[in-house]
Design a protein around this ligand. Structure first.
Ligand code: IPE
Ligand code: IPE
Ligand code: MG
Length: 258
């Protein structure tokens, strides 16, 4: 409690008054699914057991996000830097990805969920590349929610490629350097078909982006959750949505209320 000096007006409170106004739910939620390894080692299990368990969370959260009316859900599954991990872990992750795709694609198609991938698929094993194409085709008509899986995704690599494409157009005389706009850069990114994320959640307590959606996150809200990804469940997701709804997104302008 702040002590008041006699005769002075009450200080302006630090907490904005509750108006009952909350923001609409986020249209696009992106999740850095972190902590599978720690979940497993904390239980004396091999890291791959954590990744396996993480698939349950993927299933649960995908279904739940759709039920809550989220239109785009992006999941960071494998980064361009994750190749630095031991071969066995990388192969284990790819095997789990195969297992997930075989089991889930048809269900997602039935539920109206459209799958799209971002990242450099050309470096993935050939059979996985085929599965990715097949999954995108099989679910193309889905119109309830788009599930964007970031696989071998790195935001810097994506920005480098976008820059090279624009530079090539300048060199070809199609475009002058001074005419390049942020919309043109966005259009060259892997995410060109999707809106920027409204909310980015990272599980497991780390507070960094790890090369995820650097350009697209310019005005995203961030939530860092202490739970490991295998423990992240529907109530955890709901809690994140509630916290998001209390945020005042100003985009450089002034507050709407309070
Ligand atoms: C996230 O869990 C999954 C991937 C990066 C593929 P981690 O494997 O990073 O788990 P921690 O961070 O080591 O606990
Ligand atoms: C980010 O997690 C990548 C994914 C969740 C796929 P990492 O575990 O790879 O990130 P760092 O190494 O802790 O930054
Ligand atoms: Mg990690």
């Amino acid at each position: 409690m702040r002590r008041l000096l006699p005769g002075r007006p009450a200080p302006v409170t630090d907490v904005p008054p509750k108006t009952g106004d909350t923001r609409p739910l986020p249209g696009h939620v992106a999740i850095i699914m972190d902590g599978n390894g720690r979940w497993a080692t904390g239980r004396g299990l091999p890291r791959i057991a954590g990744h396996k368990r993480g698939i349950n969370s993927v299933r649960k959260i995908t279904r739940h996000a759709k039920a809550r009316g989220v239109r785009y859900l992006t999941l960071f599954a494998f980064s361009t830097e994750n190749w630095l991990r031991p071969k066995e872990e990388v192969h284990g992750l790819f095997d789990l990805f195969r297992y997930y795709m075989r089991r889930e694609c048809r269900t997602l198609a039935r539920e109206g969920v459209r799958i799209r991938f971002i990242g450099d698929s050309s470096e993935m094993p050939q059979d996985i590349q085929s599965m990715m194409v097949e999954a995108e085709n099989m679910t193309a008509a889905g119109d309830t929610m788009t599930l964007i899986v970031a696989l071998n995704y790195g935001s810097r690599a994506e920005i480098v490629t976008a820059t090279q494409r624009l530079a090539a157009r300048v060199a070809a005389g199609e475009l002058s350097a001074g005419d390049i706009t942020d919309t043109m850069i966005s259009a060259e990114l892997n995410t060109s078909d999707f809106p920027d994320p409204d909310l980015i959640i990272r599980t497991s307590g780390e507070q960094r982006l790890s090369n995820f959606l650097l350009w697209q996150a310019a005005y995203s809200e961030f939530l860092f959750v202490d739970r490991h990804w295998p423990d992240f469940d529907e109530p955890s997701f709901d809690e994140c949505l509630d916290l998001y709804c209390q945020r005042d997104r100003r985009f450089g302008g002034l507050r709407k209320s309070g």
